[in-house]
Design a protein around this ligand. Structure first.
Ligand SMILES: Nc1ncnc2c1ncn2[C@@H]1O[C@H](COP(=O)(O)OP(=O)(O)OP(=O)(O)O)[C@@H](O)[C@H]1O
Ligand SMILES: [Mg+2]
Length: 336
């Protein structure tokens, strides 16, 4: 049995179903990332797991125990939401100690746990500060620390980094990954950010219209999306409907193609077996740091293709035509 087992869970608000009969299993010590379009039910699912909203049907088990009918406070869950609220009149230390005091732990144990967590989060210099005197990233770390210090069996994180600027966000998600390796907590993590999902998730569950369209490892989701919605979530893909494939490559597939920009190569010499080739006219060149992204036109079909940006490599100028090739194995053939 998995650490978290969600079975046949259904929830509707009035006449509108949010999700119907969904199943999800999460192994101990792993992060399951939930992604999907706005309004698809991610927050509602977390709230159901937390016991803050009651499901209509189905069960939720945590650590081998059915918690479906338990009150939220008895589920052993820690939560960090996008709009976290720290206690404004308490210092960082006091914010962290609060939940432990509620658990009636002795003062020495509380002090030890709080200072260990403050060190783990790199908040030593701000331990005596009140929330108003903290930066956004520091507040977010305190919110995480306050949840973690209680050593919850399961941590629920609903876009906890989305209020932060890109730099701090990147740093915090790496810290979170490191923490997870060190502390070994189990988590459900909601994000809209593709990079964050791939980096943090041991597994990623893609939600779409009240069900999971795919649950898999980051590599599976990124390289083998189950359908077009998952490919669209990954975002980078070139998605070509069958008639576009026919125009560009002169063959007609049954379903759409999804091709990563880095799977399209510049061709030279003979066409190797298992490759499709076409002539591409470069329309624009963008340097995105480590990669050079070309926009190209292939018989009226727009394609983006990536090459590595090396100091010495010559770039293809807009207006030039180059032969391109794609390995058949790199093409994902997908339906809606
Ligand atoms: N208390 C409520 N009463 C009625 N409808 C609700 C309630 N809470 C959520 N909904 C509806 O349920 C659906 C799912 O909402 P939810 O907040 O779970 O989406 P989400 O996936 O978290 O979206 P986002 O990415 O925008 O946060 C939405 O259509 C929302 O309007
Ligand atoms: Mg939400």
């Amino acid at each position: 049995m998995s650490f978290v087992e969600i079975r046949s869970l259904s929830k509707r608000f009035g006449d509108t179903p949010v999700f119907e009969g969904i199943d999800l299993a999460i192994e101990q010590g792993t992060i399951c990332v939930l992604v999907g379009p706005s309004g698809c039910g991610k927050t509602t699912l977390l709230r159901a797991v937390a016991g803050l909203t009651k499901q209509d049907h189905g069960t939720i088990a945590i650590d081998g125990k059915d918690v479906s009918a338990l009150e939220s406070k008895h589920r052993g869950i820690g939560m960090v939401f996008q709009h976290y609220a720290l206690f404004p009149n308490m210092t960082v230390e006091q914010n962290l100690a609060f939940g432990l005091e509620q658990q009636k732990l002795d003062a020495a144990t509380i002090a030890r746990k709080v200072s260990a967590m403050i060190a783990l989060m790199g908040l030593e210099a701000r331990a005596k500060a009140r929330p108003h005197a903290l930066s956004g990233g520091q507040k977010q770390r305190v919110a995480l620390a306050r949840a973690l210090v209680l050593e919850p069996k399961l941590l629920l994180l609903d876009e906890p980094l989305s209020a932060l600027d890109a730099q701090i966000r990147k740093r915090l998600r790496e810290e979170l990954k490191r923490l997870q390796r060190e502390v070994g907590f189990t988590a459900m993590f909601v994000t809209h950010d593709q990079e964050e999902a791939l980096l943090l998730g041991d597994r990623i569950a893609v939600m779409q219209a009240g069900r999971f369209s795919q649950v898999g490892t980051p590599a599976e989701i990124y390289n083998r999306p189950a359908n077009l919605a998952v490919a669209r979530f990954i975002g980078d893909f070139n998605i070509l409907e069958p008639d576009a494939v026919e125009r560009a490559f002169r063959l007609r597939p049954e379903a759409a193609w999804a091709i990563h920009p880095q799977a399209i190569g510049v061709a030279n010499g003979k066409i190797p077996p298992g490759f499709h080739r076409a002539e591409a006219k470069i329309t624009a060149v963008h340097i995105l740091g480590a990669i050079v992204r070309y926009a190209a036109d292939v018989n009226g079909v727009a394609l983006k293709l990536d090459t590595l940006n090396r100091p010495n490599s010559a770039m293809h100028a807009p207006g030039t035509t180059i032969p391109i090739e794609i390995a058949v194995d790199d093409i994902c053939t997908l339906n809606e």
